[in-house]
Ligand binder design. Structure first.
Ligand SMILES: *Cc1c(COP(=O)(O)O)cnc(C)c1O
Length: 458
């Protein structure tokens, strides 16, 4: 029988209760959190789509591996298993564990970049941009033009604009570009994939100018699946073969194991450059830990060793990508503006199109995220003017789907809440900042609704 329903490829062995709140309670909690959903206690959230980072459910194999964790300070057996598993997929000579992705970024940029340098990326993720800027370098986003048009359909909207990369190298000179980065999938640009063809072209430009190419590899498995689905010649390759081919085109990577590492914590930094690796390990010892644990417990290394392999399983990826598309397609079919096509780990609402009466400087994304919480206890995150200030090209609200956590009925509920908010969208007020920190302000900002005349809810 040809089966059309794609089911969760697992059964549930352990459950975690979630808690309902009343609308009145949510109004109070939101005000107490200064309209910033990062400041909400998680217990007051019913469905938490704030992030897919570290929020996934681990498998029985991962939990079993955790019991095998070797907590030796130096030369732990768990490090060898971690390194072998990572090298099997990524193929790089040096594998340096870190406590999460941003630690890998800080170490890479701390060692490879200096003031006045320029780092091109398809789109820098927020922590990546902040770490580039922290060393005094400039983070330049070079995603293709299609990547800036939320409604436009394109199979690889995460691609880098190769002529723009060439032009940038001509303009600033290769000496000022210590590395080029490709984020797969492109998180801040809507979880959109990068094609193998684009990786090949970017890699060729980098080679010609002798600039190393690094991947921000957080969602490498999802990117591999999109290549298999959408790029000619990859239909019968396994996700692992595709990932291996992609990584061979680069010189190293940063990775958050909280994403396609399927773990609750962890990350790593890879490079083929011996000298750089030595400097990175020296800095690692100073701030993260000895190079065979890098700020992680032996058991965390075990969970990652199993997790990176599980992320590439076909049944898992088929279900993962289908369930994200399920949410996106159900709301888009009712007119809700989303970044098209649905990405890998998240659906991004286009807040500027959803709330055209709210100007960008009144944070339409923050306003929409607040309303989704008020309406149904759903937590999402703004990726827009609050996160990136003047550099924001779009105002999006990201609904990130934790891995292997929510079932289809949870997602049906999310669809229902979004459609309810869509019905009364004209009544939603803009937001005003009352406090901001100098770096990564979205994590701690305080806001309040902008009072506009008399707004009544019909
Ligand atoms: C999550 C993420 C990071 C940072 O990783 P953390 O583990 O959160 O520090 C970097 N780049 C991208 C694309 C990410 O999604």
């Amino acid at each position: 029988m040809p089966v059309k329903t794609i089911i969760e490829p697992f059964r549930i062995k352990s459950v975690e209760p979630i808690r309902w709140t009343t609308r009145r309670q949510r109004e109070q909690r939101l005000e107490a959190a200064y309209y910033n959903l990062f400041l909400l206690p998680a217990d007051d959230v019913l469905i938490d789509l704030l992030t897919d980072s570290g929020t996934g459910a681990m498998s029985t194999h991962q939990w079993a591996a955790i019991m095998e964790g070797d907590e030796s300070y130096a030369g732990s057996r768990s490090f060898d298993r971690f390194k072998n598993s990572v090298q099997d997929i990524f193929g790089y000579k040096h594998v340096i564990p870190t406590h999460q992705g941003r630690a890998a970024e800080r170490i890479l940029f701390g060692v490879a970049c200096k003031k006045g340098d320029v780092v091109p990326n398809n789109t820098h993720f927020d922590t990546t941009r902040a770490n580039v800027e922290f060393v005094g370098a400039e983070a330049v986003d070079l995603v293709i033009a299609e990547g800036h048009q939320p409604a436009l359909l394109h199979p690889f909207k995460g691609n880098m604009d190769v002529p723009a990369l060439e032009a940038l190298i001509q303009r600033v000179g290769r000496e000022r570009i210590p590395l080029v980065m490709l984020t797969v999938t492109n998180n801040s640009g809507g979880g959109q994939p990068v094609s193998m063809e684009n990786v090949r072209q970017v890699s060729a430009v980098c080679k010609r100018h002798r600039i190393p190419l690094y991947f921000d590899a957080c969602r490498f498995a999802e990117n591999a699946w999109f290549i298999r689905l959408r790029e000619k010649g990859y239909e019968s390759k396994t996700p692992k073969q595709i990932a291996q081919e992609m990584f061979r085109l680069g010189d190293g990577c940063t990775m958050s194991a909280k994403k396609d590492g399927m773990a609750n914590i962890g990350g790593f930094l890879c490079t083929n450059d011996d000298l750089l690796a030595q400097q990175e390990k020296d800095l690692l010892i100073l701030t993260e830990g000895y190079p065979t644990y890098g700020g992680l417990a032996g058991r965390d290394l075990e969970a990652i060793a199993v997790g990176v392999q599980e992320a590439l399983e076909e049944d898992y990826l088929r279900y993962r990508i289908a369930s994200t598309a399920y949410l996106g397609n159900h709301i888009a079919s009712q007119g809700v503006p989303i970044v098209q096509p649905p990405g890998g780990h998240a659906i991004y609402l286009d807040a500027r199109a959803f709330l055209p009466h709210i100007p960008a400087d009144q944070f339409p994304g923050v306003a929409l995220a607040a309303e989704l919480y008020l309406e149904g206890g759903i937590r999402s995150v703004e990726i827009g003017t609050l996160m990136f200030a003047a550099a924001a090209q779009m105002d999006l609200v990201r609904l990130a789907i934790p891995r292997r956590v929510y079932t289809q009925s949870h997602i049906d509920y999310v669809v229902e809440v979004i459609l309810e908010v869509w019905k009364h969208r004209e009544t939603i007020p803009g937001m005003r900042l009352t406090y901001e920190a100098p770096f990564l302000r979205h994590f701690t900002a305080h806001l309040e609704p902008v009072k506009v005349g008399v707004v009544t809810r019909s």
